[in-house]
Design a protein around this ligand. Sequence first.
Ligand code: AMP
Ligand code: MG
Length: 316
Amino acid sequence: MKKLLSVLLLTIALSGCGARTDGAPVRRTVFAMDTVMNLAVYGEDAAEALDAAEAELARLDALLARDAETSAVSAYNRGEAPAVAELAALIGEAEEIAAATDGAFDPYLGAVLALWGFGGDDTHHVPSASELAAAPRLLDLGGIAKGFAGERVRGVLEAYRVRSAALDLGGDVAVFGSKPDGAPWRVAVRDPADEGAYLGVLETDGGVCVATSGVYERYFEENGVRYHHILDPKTGYPAESGLVSATVVCENGVWADALATACCVLGADGAFALRERLAGDIDFDLILVTDDGAVRWTCEGFVPKTGNGYVYEPAA
Ligand code: AMP
Ligand code: MG
């Protein structure tokens, strides 16, 4: 699923490049964090920059995986102090976002997710209420890792004097710098009901991360009921907020990623209220899709697609 999404997003992010003064971007496909990632980089040292970016993604994958026994997150979950300063900093940031979202984003759902079979050996089943109640609080950075990776890769690329790039980390797209032809970046926002289609295109000058979370990403069915991977921390069960996807557009990739997950828990009203509450501290825009087929958004650069059955309602 993620493969197709990545290809779609990248294709659209890079479409309309037109005449360029310094040639086409250098592209690289990387598999990391259980995701196909597509990187497109402009600049004289693009190839070397991409080698370094790929190495950085592999390093972060090994650092942040919840289930790899050797990862720094696993060591932390066994009670060891954070092995590297950047993990301690990321945990601090995750806790800050947890507080800012009143716990809708919760980085300590690791054991609860494992009970459901999400992220572990993928043997899914519905846990009992007593199992959920007894679950210890273990770190899981699945809702934030790709946003963090985007920020880190951006830093690596900048060290190689890359001026502009589109990083599609599968559901999290970061575009920075201006396109050499001066045109806006165009980032497709996927249709949650159809992985080959998109809801609309976000046109942006760059310097933003566009993170999408959706209940369609990972799920299983038991006795005819569908259970997805975004959990409501208050109940331990899949969130039932009325949203099927949430896209967050924010300068900070870590916040974009985490807030997209949180908004799926909060629902549309909660997500818009959070945006108001954080305004001035963390500014972000939203594109929300409800389970009754409405698309509600706050961003100026969003160009809806027409004729696909969705009702598009710009937020006031
Ligand atoms: P994303 O694709 O960014 O929405 O992240 C989804 C992943 O975040 C899941 O696969 C879990 O690892 C984790 N997760 C699920 N629910 C939550 C939550 N309420 N807060 C933080 N992380 C979560
Ligand atoms: Mg997320």
